[in-house]
Design a protein around this ligand. Structure first.
Ligand code: SAM
Ligand code: SF4
Length: 341
């Protein structure tokens, strides 16, 4: 396990149709798509007091212990991580840990501008934004927020401050934003960004996911191949989730495409990720049906040695693979927003 993803809040100011589909437009989209008259029961978000969530000191302690066990990569996520107070303070604590060679943040970008400088000064080097549409109305439909302008400004700001590489995540859903695949790729090329197309996974709070909504990585690749011509850009490392492509005849740094295909081409066998939820649960897989509660140890009098032993036992229980698309698949009770993508 080399990669620890830390969710610092399960709250969010967006209502993405593939994550927290709580808007009228989301209901409309899925209603039109659904063949069955019985709507699935949505997963409701429960309000919890602040003490329910790990403090920055507790998070840093877990990260320090994890780095001692071989973790080299940390990512802060959520919910929307920038809704939590004083995130640069946490970044500073984490960036000072020995053994971390990659510290990143995933954000919807809406509040990035006001924290950008402090985040950079605290030691953040890398940021990933979520951007699923370049059309203002479609962006609003997808996210529940009229925030395309803020997001584009955030990307510009990140570049000015020297964050690199800047990656963009786009979840593509059939009949919603699949007509924008080429436009998003062109944006990556023009702006010299890494655009990562992600397959829609059954982790939405509406439990409305259907296989038919998924636009596979292969289909996206074929379309981009036809529109631009692509050539392989090599693997980042053996456990990387994305296959990487460059625009034909372009040089390194002139935009890149990443295809993340967990539904159609699972990469579970190479997975080296662990997740820590905002309320202190370790999840060994996005699709885990069991989670491991670390908070009682952190708030009891467990020593670091106790936690090391506990973590090692937990990791040995990591699931061999997910079961999306199989008859025995069961969607976890937590949504992506409460796990941390
Ligand atoms: N709020 C931040 C953001 O949107 O960037 C961070 C948390 S969000 C859960 C992390 C990533 O998960 C986003 O890039 C989002 O697109 C992705 N995501 C959320 N729900 C998903 C789903 N059902 N399938 C695939 N990716 C999903
Ligand atoms: Fe919020 Fe991110 Fe989920 Fe969108 S994907 S609802 S921004 S947590």
């Amino acid at each position: 396990m080399r990669d620890l993803r830390i969710s610092i809040t399960d709250r969010c100011n967006f209502r993405c149709l593939y994550c927290l589909p709580e808007t009228e437009e989301a209901a409309d989209f899925y209603r039109r798509k659904s063949e069955s008259s019985e709507a699935p029961q949505p997963i409701r978000h429960e309000w919890k007091p602040r003490s329910h969530f790990l403090t920055y000191e507790e998070i840093t302690r877990v990260a320090r212990i994890a780095t001692g066990l071989g973790v080299t990569k940390l990512r802060l996520t959520g919910g929307e991580p920038l809704l939590r107070r004083a995130v640069p303070e946490l970044v500073r604590q984490l960036s000072e840990l020995e053994g971390i060679n990659d510290l990143a943040l995933t954000t919807n970008g809406f509040h990035f501008d006001k924290h950008a400088e402090a985040l950079r000064a605290a030691g953040l080097r890398r940021v990933t934004f979520s951007l699923d549409s370049l059309d203002r109305d479609n962006f609003k439909k997808l996210t529940g927020r009229d925030g395309l302008g803020e997001l584009l400004a955030a990307i510009t700001r990140a570049r000015e401050l020297g964050f690199a590489p800047i990656k963009i995540n786009a979840v593509i859903i059939r009949d919603l934003n699949d007509h924008e695949i080429e436009v998003l790729a062109q944006f990556a090329r023009d702006e010299a960004l890494t655009m990562r197309f992600i397959e829609f996974m059954p982790l939405d709070s509406g439990r409305a996911w259907q296989r038919e909504h998924v636009v596979t990585g292969r289909e996206i690749r074929e379309r981009l191949q036809a529109a631009f011509g692509l050539e392989p850009a090599g693997m980042e490392h053996a456990a990387a989730t994305a296959t990487r492509w460059r625009f034909k005849n372009s040089k390194k740094g002139q935009g890149e495409i990443g295809l993340i295909s967990p539904v159609s081409e699972p990469f579970c066998g190479q997975c080296n990720r662990l997740r820590l939820t905002a309320d202190g649960k370790i999840r060994t897989c996005l699709f885990s049906l069991h989670e491991h509660d670390l908070k009682p140890l952190l708030r009891g009098n467990a020593t670091d040695a106790d936690i090391i032993q506990w973590l090692q036992a937990v990791v040995l229980k990591k699931e061999p693979r997910h079961h999306i698309g199989e008859t025995d698949f069961e969607q976890p009770a937590r949504t992506m927003s409460a796990i941390g993508g």
